[in-house]
Design a protein around this ligand. Structure first.
Ligand code: MN
Length: 191
């Protein structure tokens, strides 16, 4: 049985970027529903004792959708910390971003544009191939770069439920604000 992750910060810790109201709905209701759905769908199937990542790679349909949404949201919620100015990656990941995109600012610009430009519901990702080469992918609905053989590093949820309470229809403003709450230590460890 999968369980709802516990958030590694207080409900108001991400304000004003993500409100406690949004967190209560997004983590407490949306993610909980995906957890409940998946547990119901996999009971008595070969997926019952599989790690989430393996289910995402192997499953289709409702099992894929719910497992993908759990994995994506776990990565999303666990990569945040309280807002800070001049919040940038460090170390090996920072060097790889500079090498691939020219600069962190150029990477941010491309990532933000791909998040804002994704039509409908989905996720924008920073991912790495087996040689550590970075790329940005747009994934619709419950998509995750794992299904393309890539390692997921950083993700922004661009489903409307992620931002509508705080930003209404202004998806680009939500994306811009997220950069100040990324916990680059957590993200760097994924790389
Ligand atoms: Mn979401």
């Amino acid at each position: 049985m999968f369980e709802l992750i516990t958030l590694p910060y207080a409900p108001e810790a991400l304000e004003p970027v993500i409100s406690s109201k949004t967190l209560a709905l997004h983590h407490g209701k949306h993610l909980q529903t995906y957890v409940n759905n998946l547990n119901g769908l996999i009971a008595g199937t070969p997926y019952e004792n599989m790690p989430l990542e393996e289910i995402v790679v192997k499953a289709e349909g409702g099992i894929f959708n719910n497992a993908g949404q759990i994995l994506n949201h776990n990565m999303y919620f666990q990569q945040f910390k309280a807002p800070s100015e001049g919040n940038v990656p460090t170390g090996r990941l920072a060097a790889a971003i500079d090498a691939q995109f020219g600069s962190f600012e150029a990477f941010k610009k491309e990532f933000s544009a791909k998040g804002a430009g994704l039509f409908g519901s989905g996720w924008v990702w920073l991912a790495a191939d087996k040689d550590g080469k970075l790329c940005i992918t747009q994934e619709g609905n419950a998509g995750n770069p794992l299904t393309k053989g890539l390692k997921p590093i950083l993700t922004f949820d661009v489903w409307e439920h992620a931002y509508y309470v705080d930003y209404e229809n202004r998806r680009p403003a939500y994306i811009e604000a997220l950069w100040s709450i990324i916990d680059w230590k957590v993200v760097g460890e994924r790389y």
